[in-house]
Design a protein around this ligand. Structure first.
Ligand code: BDR
Ligand code: CA
Length: 332
C-alpha cells in the first residue's frame, strides 16, 4: 500500500539522496517537500530541494520554504539567505556537496511550509506520515499553531538524536542540537515516532566502490548523485565520528528505506527525553534503552540496519531513473 508522506528536510547531501530514493519508490507518495534552515540557510535548502526534484524529472513536485531560524533563537540568522550555524563543512557551501546542478526553474510555492503541513494534515483522513530529516522547527511550529493536527499524523519518521554520543557536541546530534525545543515539542506530542539516531545511521557508511556502482547506472540522476557525493572523498573531508570505515554516512536515507522495507531495521519502543538546558547537554536525546525509569515509551528507536540490503535497495531505486539518451550519432 502506498504511504502518503511529506518530506520536511534541509538538503543537505543525505537529504537529497533521501528525496531521490523516495521519488522512484511506489511504496511512498510524496505530497510535498518542505524545508527548514539546517545544514545551510533556508534560502539554500529550498533551492536545493527544487534542484533535486528537477533532476529527478519531478517539476510538478511542490516545494515550500519554512522556518529560517530555530524556535528559541539559538542560531538566529540575519535573513533567510543567512545562517548563524551551518554544516557547510560537511555539505559544502551550496549544501549539495560537489553538485553541478543548475539553479532550478520550477517555482517555490508561495505558501509557508508550516501552513502547507497544517492544511494538508487537516484535510487528510489521518493517513499521512511526516518524514523529518532536518531540525524539527517546521514540525514543532505546526504543532504549536494547530495542536489538533497531532491526531491526524499517522507517525513521524525522523532522523535525529542518538542513544550514544553526539556528532556536533559530545552529547548532541546535529538536527536536535539545531533546535532542541522543537525536538522536545515533537517528543512530548504523543504522536507515534520512529527515530533513526546516529547509532543506526552510522551503520550506513558508503565507500568509493558504491559510488562507482551508482556512476555505472549511467543516468542524469546517477551522475548528479555522484557529483553531490564527490566532495566526501576529497582529502581532509569530514568523517562522521564513531564510524568504523570511511566515515561517509547517509543518515537521512534510513527514513525512506524504512518506509520501503521496515524489515531492514531492528529497534525498541522506549522513552526518549530531549535536553533543552543551556548546558553542554543541550539537544541531547536521553534514551531509556533499559527502561530504568518506567515511563511510557514515546518512540520506536532503531539501533540496527542490514547494511548490504540497505545499499542494494538504494542502488536499485536509483537505477529506476531514465538513462542518458543517446543521440543519433551514438554519443551521449
Ligand atoms: C544529520 O545532520 C545533517 O547534517 C544531516 O543531513 C543529517 O540530517 C546528521 O546528524
Ligand atoms: Ca538532514
Amino acid at each position: 500500500m502506498t504511504q502518503k508522506i511529506i518530506i520536511d528536510c534541509d538538503p543537505g547531501v543525505d537529504d537529497a539522496v533521501a528525496i531521490l530514493m523516495a521519488l522512484t519508490s511506489p511504496e511512498v507518495e510524496v505530497l510535498g517537500v518542505t524545508t527548514n534552515v539546517g545544514n545551510v540557510s533556508l534560502y539554500k535548502t529550498q533551492l536545493n530541494a527544487r534542484r533535486v526534484c528537477e533532476v529527478a524529472g519531478r517539476l510538478d513536485m511542490k516545494v515550500f520554504a519554512g522556518c529560517p531560524r530555530s524556535l528559541f533563537n539559538r542560531f538566529a540568522p540575519e535573513s533567510v539567505e543567512d545562517t548563524a550555524y551551518t554544516a557547510a563543512d560537511i555539505h559544502g557551501e551550496s549544501g549539495l556537496g560537489g553538485s553541478k546542478l543548475p539553479a532550478p526553474t520550477m517555482p517555490l510555492q508561495d505558501e509557508h511550509a508550516v501552513n502547507f503541513i497544517i492544511r494538508t494534515l487537516e484535510n487528510s483522513t489521518g493517513d499521512i506520515i511526516m518524514v523529518c530529516t532536518g531540525a524539527l522547527t517546521n514540525m514543532a511550529t505546526a504543532l504549536i499553531m494547530s495542536p489538533q493536527i497531532a491526531a491526524k499524523i499517522q507517525k513521524i519518521v525522523l532522523m535525529g538524536g542518538a542513544i550514544g554520543l553526539g556528532n556536533i557536541t559530545p552529547a548532541a546530534e546535529y538536527n536536535f542540537y539545531c533546535d532542541p525545543e522543537a525536538a522536545h515539542v515533537v517528543f512530548t506530542s504523543k504522536i507515534p515516532i520512529v527515530m533513526f539516531g546516529l547509532d543506526v545511521t552510522r551503520q550506513t557508511e558508503f565507500d568509493k566502490k558504491w559510488v562507482d556502482e551508482i556512476e555505472a547506472l549511467n543516468s542524469p540522476v546517477a551522475q548528479a548523485l555522484v557529483d553531490i557525493l564527490s566532495d566526501a572523498f576529497k582529502p581532509g573531508a569530514y568523517a562522521e565520528p564513531g564510524t568504523k570505515g570511511t566515515g561517509k554516512v547517509l543518515h537521512d536515507v534510513n527514513c525512506i528505506a524504512y518506509l520501503i522495507n521496515p524489515s531492514l531495521y531492528e529497534g525498541r519502543n522506549v522513552y526518549v527525553e530531549i535536553d533543552t538546558s543551556d548546558t553542554i547537554n543541550s539537544g541531547r536525546s536521553t534514551v531509556d534503552w533499559w527502561n530504568k525509569i518506567g515511563k511510557e515509551p514515546n518512540a520506536l528507536v532503531m539501533n540496527k540496519v542490514k547494511h548490504e540490503a540497505f545499499f542494494a535497495l538504494l542502488t536499485e531505486r536509483i537505477s529506476r531513473y531514465p538513462k542518458f539518451q543517446k543521440s543519433a550519432n551514438g554519443t551521449l
